[in-house]
Write a protein that binds this ligand. Sequence first.
Ligand SMILES: [Zn+2]
Length: 314
Amino acid sequence: MNNKYFTIQQASEGIWAAISVPGSGSLGNAAIIDLGDLTVVVDTTNLPHSGAFLRQTAEQLTNKPVKYVVNTHFHGDHVNGNQAFMKSEFISTVWTRDLLSDMGEVNIDLMQQNTQKLINSLIQVRSQQRGPHMLTEIDYDLSVQKTLYDAIPSLRRVIPTITFDDKLVIKGTKRTIEVLSYGGGHSLSDAVVYVPEERTLITGDLITNKTIPVMPHGNPYAWIRILRRIQKDLKVDTVIPGHGDVSTPDRIPDVIRFLEETISYVSKAATSGKSESYWLDQGVLKDYEDWHLPQYFRWNFRWLFNSMLIQNNR
Ligand SMILES: [Zn+2]
């Protein structure tokens, strides 16, 4: 059962987290839930290869084939392993299904070009960095992107066939899960999986553990509202985040604070009259420099800064 892509952590009774090993290429976390008479997997990691290990691990831990796979959102590090689950049925929100289906078949050349562009820009950013934490994290990312580049020719798109708008319940003999969506914050449409009996929440990237949340193309204002609603509506003791280790609900205020502070920092920057490159040179917002994926702070900044400049010029 050992593999280089993820470590298995038991999160609660009948629920295991597959926590991505940094730099291994799997990138996103996944979860395995034993409902008694059936097994559910949440998200499938960044590679067909790591997805295959995830399926084997789920079958060994629960002694059953995987009946359902939930895709929390459309990002590659949560769906690229889908093809390893061809005997399972896939569940997502209507919008996530549409996003995946609109992407069409994998365009190998285009996807490899885009991955190469990302690798080049990481190499460029790396050359300007001196901090050991930032250098280590960029090296992990370079290794992830190179592994993905090599896997792209074998990648197949798998589109969910079971869709829901805001809630879908799956009852098992041992426990029940609620697949919930409060709209989109991190992506255009985000789902979480809640296991009430175990007070456990599998969050996709709405919640990350000491990892810079990726903001571009999402909606940070809606994201904060969604997290407040989760705090209010769901009784949670254990969180399996999209990135980072299994944790407690204390990670929810961490992400809210990060989003609020980023919004106020960038809106100050957008009215300062100083250039984007001036602000990018300032590095990661203080208090978050030791989080994982610090290299994504500049992409968050650039995206939000430019969308605020457009708004200010209206
Ligand atoms: Zn994501």
